[in-house]
Design a protein around this ligand. Structure first.
Ligand SMILES: Cc1cc2nc3c(=O)[nH]c(=O)nc-3n(C[C@H](O)[C@H](O)[C@H](O)COP(=O)(O)OP(=O)(O)OC[C@H]3O[C@@H](n4cnc5c(N)ncnc54)[C@H](O)[C@@H]3O)c2cc1C
Length: 482
């Protein structure tokens, strides 16, 4: 998402652009594969702002007409929440929110005090100025919630709601980032999925880049980048033996990969190299792609959690329970409660499967590759499957095939060290003014993607960063010409 956005903006601005992709197919986390007539996303995605966020912005910026832009499809419900005493449906239209609130209060048996405190929190969130939000960049979601309630169950529920998209525990996520993203999502009211699958977005951006003269080479893995010297040309070498020179290199792998593996930390100021070394990434997920004989699920997205411990009910977890569960993950143990996120691509675009069939993309949180697993990888996949059986029982007996995508295979596809969902996580010291810049402190090297710059949820963060990186390149080249 970051690379295709930057390429499209730069080519549209008239620069000679070469895009090198190590895989046989474009798209990275948003790429796909095909099997038995199903077009299957490599990741598991919902788009929190659809065309109203950075993905729409970048397409408008490069002059794509409304007809040429990727079409996003909204579902009448944002998601269905399972694993509660009864399933809850989160509506997309604002006029259905009061009924939803009543349903929520009844299902979770929220006390009048809990309702009042939550109301105060949301009122504050939606009336804060940008400057007030920025103040919260350096403090956590948990600290923000604690201003309104000390009820452990409510802290857990609100923390999960605000922190989910960052694939991190809410006591580490920046409150400013979470409030900003949540507000944009509610205001834009366009949680959606694109026609053609997630890959339609990078594909459209790359097509646009090519139409403006860019060249795209797949199966071209960059193994070395030498920053520019006196001739102001950086040198790039690929595993396949090609060599290139460029005035600017925009790199879309993680900052750690770029600095430590592709360039070498010795080329950077020591303080910068040490900061990159200390960057924290998000967690990631083990995924199951499930092909169903028929349409079994009538929602675009289902979220929930399945408990492996009798008596431990996901909706009654205390703060201590949440800390223990994330502690288990940090130790490399399968968590006692497995959160599950199931996206249904064919709900939005039935053409992604043969007629009448349904495709599910399901993921459950898992540690990145730097954590040594206490149980073999297959146990994580089995636990996710048990959670699927528990939370999506209507799919049993209807499955044509299930593909499991382990963290390791995701990592080898996206090429980011340790395979994170978001390579520079949105923690208190990695967002806003403290987010690493898209401009690196060596001449002619830039970062685009979820590793540097930008604000927002996953894919949208990456696109915002791609536009920032392109702007930085254009600005620096223009300055060099003056
Ligand atoms: C399981 C999962 C679920 C997610 N769910 C959501 C969601 O619901 N909503 C959301 O918005 N976000 C979600 N995300 C996050 C989102 O997918 C990412 O943050 C975003 O797509 C990252 O984009 P990127 O451009 O930074 O990197 P990537 O998509 O990882 O792209 C990097 C590209 O660089 C290429 N590359 C790497 N190294 C080299 C090299 N040496 N030479 C050449 N090419 C190279 C890779 O092959 C890849 O194409 C999810 C992520 C995961 C893993």
């Amino acid at each position: 998402m970051g690379g295709s956005s930057a390429a499209a903006v730069l080519a549209h601005a008239g620069l000679r652009v070469l895009l090198l992709e190590k895989n046989p197919r474009l798209g990275g986390s948003c790429s796909y594969y095909q099997k038995h007539g199903f077009r299957i996303d490599f990741g598991t995605h919902m788009f929190s702002r659809g065309p109203r966020g950075p993905i729409g912005e970048v397409q408008r910026r490069i002059g794509l007409s409304a007809e040429q832009q990727v079409r996003f499809v909204r579902a009448p419900t944002i998601c269905q929440v399972r694993g509660l005493p009864k399933p809850l449906v989160v509506p997309a239209s604002p006029w259905r929110l009061p009924a939803f609130a009543i349903d929520l209060i009844r299902t979770l048996r929220l006390s009048p005090r809990e309702v009042f405190d939550s109301g105060r929190l949301f009122a504050a969130m939606f009336t804060m100025t940008e400057a007030e939000i920025a103040v919260w960049d350096r403090r956590t979601i948990e600290q923000f919630i604690l201003r309104y309630t000390d009820n452990p169950r409510l802290i857990g529920l609100l923390g999960l709601l605000l922190g989910l998209y960052f694939v991190l525990p809410f006591w580490t996520v920046s409150a400013g980032e979470a409030i900003w993203c949540f507000r944009q999502m509610v205001r834009d009211n366009y949680v959606s999925y694109p026609l053609g699958g997630s890959s339609a977005i990078p594909q459209r951006l790359c097509d646009a880049a090519v139409s403006h003269g860019a060249t795209i080479r797949c199966n071209a893995e960059v193994v070395r980048i030498e920053p520019a010297g006196g001739d102001r040309r950086a040198r790039i070498a690929t595993r396949q033996g090609a060599q290139y020179q460029a005035r600017a290199v925009v790199c879309t792998t993680s900052l750690k990969d770029l600095v430590q593996r592709l360039i070498g930390a010795e080329h950077f100021p020591a303080r910068f190299a040490s900061r990159v070394d200390g960057l924290r990434s998000s967690y990631v997920a083990v995924q199951c792609k499930i092909a169903l004989r028929r349409n079994c699920i009538s929602h675009g997205c289902i979220v929930g959690a399945a408990s492996r411990v009798p008596g431990l009910k996901p909706h009654l977890l205390s703060l201590a329970d949440y800390r223990r569960i994330f502690g288990e993950l940090e130790q490399g143990c399968v968590p006692s409660v497995m959160p599950l996120y199931c996206q249904v691509p064919t709900f939005f675009d039935p053409s992604l499967a043969p007629v009448g069939r349904q495709l599910l993309s399901v993921c459950g949180v898992a540690p990145t590759l730097d954590v040594s697993l206490q149980q073999p990888e297959r146990v994580w996949a089995e636990t996710l499957l048990q959670a699927i059986d528990q939370l999506l029982p209507e799919t049993r007996g209807e499955r044509l095939f299930i593909d499991t995508i382990s963290v390791r295979s995701l990592g080898s596809w996206i090429g980011k060290v340790n395979a994170p969902a978001i390579s520079t996580a949105q923690t208190t010291d990695q967002v806003g003014a403290r987010r690493p810049s898209v401009r690196l402190p060596v001449q002619g090297i830039y970062a685009a993607g979820d590793g540097a710059g930008g604000r927002g949820v996953g894919t949208e963060l990456a696109v915002a960063s791609g536009m920032l990186a392109a702007d930085a390149v254009l600005e620096d080249l223009a300055r060099a010409l003056i």
